[in-house]
Design a binder for this molecule. Structure first.
Ligand code: NAD
Length: 260
């Protein structure tokens, strides 16, 4: 149902972002993927999306820490496709340290990538979206948009900020056919998480089940990881006509984490 639409997903060379891009392409949207990683692996993914879903897929290497590169990425996508119809602000990093020892450059990086890049991309993409009178902006927040965990000051501040930014933009564009929402996943099963399990089993002398339930999923009542496909499916729903009255929200998908 997204044929002739164009989606740009920041931070989509792996994990949740890649799942968004593939799900949007599966619905017929042309996609612009973005992020870091091995050039051959990224090209394989890009070409694979084109071949599998019969859409156009482009790659932008823009660094989400750099406002000028973000603006150029949006301009380039608009030059080829006319407008970005669906903007997914998803790029994000994490750093864990006590606030009084938090490295200054990590604070600045996290605020730039996890929060400010959403502002820069939204600012750049909105004029063409408004001109078309249709748009979807979807931000990846986190359970940490609602609650905190110690030692994640920059991440929690950025994700709370994303929730506020989402509300503000939603109000500004409410009469333009554009909805603005955030998705707030709990712990998501990604290769990155999966790879940590054997080491944690060894380091703590625990079974795989103990690592998952007592270490990783301590905060998640279902004791199940959210999957990237589940997160992407919510984004797809937000693009439907049925979801056009949902705007300004941050929707939890966290196995009950923020209910507790
Ligand atoms: P990931 O590490 O698999 O993917 C992050 C993506 O962002 C990658 O494509 C990476 O190349 C890209 N990226 C990082 N820095 C960048 C930069 N400066 N410029 C451009 N791209 C950059 O992580 P993920 O788990 O898929 O995370 C995606 C989003 O989901 C993040 O915003 C994260 O905070 C959020 N999130 C993740 C979880 C989880 O448990 N995995 C939970 C809640 C929210």
């Amino acid at each position: 149902f997204l044929k002739d639409r164009t989606a740009l997903v920041t931070g989509s060379t792996s994990g949740i972002g890649l799942a968004y891009a593939r799900a949007l392409a599966a619905e017929g949207a042309n996609v612009v993927i973005n992020g870091f990683g091995d050039a051959d692996a990224i090209e394989k993914e890009r070409a694979g999306i084109e071949a599998e879903f019969k859409v156009k897929a482009r790659y932008s290497a823009a660094n989400m820490m750099k406002p000028d590169e973000i603006a150029a990425m949006v301009a380039e996508a608009e030059k080829e496709f006319g407008a970005i119809d669906i903007l997914v602000n998803n790029a994000g990093i994490q750093h864990v340290a006590p606030v009084d020892e938090f490295p200054l450059e990590k604070w600045d990086q996290i605020i730039a990538i996890n929060l400010s890049s959403a502002f820069h991309a939204t600012r750049a993409a909105l004029p063409k979206m408004k001109a078309k009178g249709w748009g979807r902006i979807i931000n990846t927040a986190s359970a940490h948009a609602f609650v905190a965990s110690p030692f994640k000051s920059a991440y929690v501040a950025a994700k709370h900020g994303i929730a506020g930014f989402t509300k503000t933009v939603a109000l500004e564009v409410a009469t333009h056919g554009i909805t603005v929402n955030a998705i707030a996943p709990g712990y998501v099963w990604t290769p990155l998480v999966e790879k940590q399990i054997p080491d944690t089993m060894k380091a703590r002398n625990l079974t795989k089940e103990q690592v998952i339930n007592d270490v990783l999923l301590l905060a998640q009542p279902t004791k199940q990881f959210v999957t990237v496909e589940q997160v992407a499916a919510l984004a797809i729903f937000l693009c439907t006509d049925a979801a056009k009255s949902i705007t300004g929200t941050t929707l939890p998908m966290d196995g009950g984490w923020t209910a507790a």
